[in-house]
Design a protein around this ligand. Structure first.
Ligand SMILES: C[S@@+](CC[C@H](N)C(=O)[O-])C[C@H]1O[C@@H](n2cnc3c(N)ncnc32)[C@H](O)[C@@H]1O
Length: 217
């Protein structure tokens, strides 16, 4: 799937807009969330949908890091940062969470931040993520989610135009609910107010999920 086709016109680049606008959200408090979560990653780690590399500064230098990013315009911004950090970069269809041909059960940690809002099918993506985890491994995630009540109406109304502007991002997904039918269980969860997110993105979730088979065999 060509992720660029979701963009609104030949001169608009979601990747460039993201690179320009996200530093404002980061300094309003989002980078603090990234630091809290990613400081826990150890060993062999794969990040799905690494985007422009905003998580890179928060990984320990000891981490053996693989980054997967299917959008070529994101990769253009990401590549020099990856070269500086020293990590493996998977791109093109190999990096798509639906077609990635990566050895199953080979990672201690899978990371994805602000990605499940954009994938065509959250449940299928969670299946792939679970397959990548070695026994005892952990999935670290941060997402924005549906906010029931008045905000949900705003999110539903804004969704069609937002999706076109923001690389296929859905404002109103119940991502936590999708874990219920996955092979993972959420063991740690923090709900937080998304910095500068109102009224479209009021709430975020951050947490850790583990394989159900680690608990139930
Ligand atoms: C909003 S950006 C988030 C980037 C980065 N993870 C961050 O936290 O800043 C969403 C990212 O998800 C990626 N993405 C979208 N669909 C994907 C898919 N099917 N497989 C893997 N990554 C995908 C996009 O290419 C983009 O880099």
């Amino acid at each position: 799937m060509d992720i660029r086709r979701r963009q609104i016109g030949p001169s608009y680049s979601f990747a460039r807009a993201y690179e320009i606008l996200m530093p404002i959200v980061e300094s309003a408090g989002f980078s603090k969330r990234r630091r809290e979560l990613l400081g826990q990653a150890q060993g062999r780690v794969i990040e799905i949908g690494a985007g422009t590399g905003l998580n890179l500064p928060f990984y320990s230098r000891d981490v053996d890091l693989v980054l997967a990013e299917p959008n070529p315009e994101m990769v253009e911004i990401l590549r020099p940062k990856v070269e500086e950090r020293g990590a493996v970069l998977l791109e093109s269809t190999v990096a798509d969470v639906f077609s990635c041909d990566i050895e199953p059960r080979s990672f201690d940690f899978v990371v994805s931040t602000l990605v499940l809002c954009s994938v065509p099918d959250v449940r299928e993506s969670l299946k792939t993520i679970a397959k990548l985890l070695a026994p005892g491994g952990r999935f670290l995630f941060i997402e924005h989610v549906v906010t029931p009540g008045g905000y949900e109406i705003v999110q539903r109304l804004a969704n069609p135009i937002w999706k076109r502007l923001a690389g296929g991002c859905h404002l109103n997904r119940d991502i936590l609910g999708d874990f219920d039918s996955s092979d993972m269980v959420v063991t740690d969860l923090l709900r937080f107010n998304f910095p500068l997110g109102r009224p479209l993105i009021p709430h975020g979730i951050m947490g850790i999920a583990r394989l159900k088979s680690d608990f139930f065999g």
